[in-house]
Ligand binder design. Structure first.
Ligand code: GTP
Ligand code: MG
Length: 171
């Protein structure tokens, strides 16, 4: 059959934001795992969409592992950045990590698409995706295409919309 174009994507964001849960839900159901544990270091995952074959570097968001992220920036052709929309206390930490990422020399001058998931929308404490984008000052990202989707990774809601957008950006 026709070979799909292969793309490398980095999945970033604070620990407990739902990165691994999201990537797991994007796999075919027979390849999904039931018990998701905090990622140690990183994990390489694969899933396909209608026209692309994704290789995802699912990075650990724990503070002690965040210094690993930058070693993979050169390889990444797009970024999925996940936010726990119910974690108001750490929204400022998420913004700091995003700003550090955007200012990194291996990211700064590249027109990488960035897909944001405002995740955990099912929780009562969750703030809207509009509010998340305001708190992260996403309107200041002028040199990269970006998109934010509200998601509930447990139910899989909002994930397809995001991945459809990403696929369009990477054709
Ligand atoms: P690290 O690997 O430590 O960086 O964390 P992670 O971002 O990969 O988070 P992970 O996918 O391990 O999810 C952390 C916890 O949040 C798990 O208990 C998930 O079940 C839960 N979780 C993930 N997405 C959602 C969601 O949309 N809603 C709710 N309520 N819980 C979620
Ligand atoms: Mg993880």
């Amino acid at each position: 059959g026709l070979k799909k174009k292969e793309v490398h994507v980095l999945c970033l964001g604070l620990d407990n934001s739902g990165k691994t849960t999201i990537i797991n839900k994007l796999k075919p159901s027979n390849a999904q795992t039931q018990d998701i544990v905090p990622t140690i270091g990183f994990s390489i995952e694969k899933f396909k969409t209608s026209s692309l074959s994704f290789t995802v570097f699912d990075m650990s968001g724990q503070g002690r592992y965040r210094n690993l992220w930058e070693h993979y920036y050169k390889e990444g052709q797009a970024i999925i950045f996940v936010i726990d929309s119910s974690d108001k206390l750490r929204m400022v930490v998420a913004k700091e990590e995003l700003d550090t990422l955007l200012n990194h020399p291996d990211i700064k001058h590249r027109r990488l698409p960035i897909l944001f998931f405002a995740n955990k929308m099912d929780l009562r404490d969750a703030i809207s995706s509009v509010k998340v984008s305001q708190l992260l000052s996403l309107e200041n990202i002028k040199d990269k295409p970006w998109h934010i989707c509200a998601s509930d990774a447990l139910k899989g809601e909002g994930l397809q919309e995001g991945v459809d957008w990403l696929q369009d950006q990477m054709q």
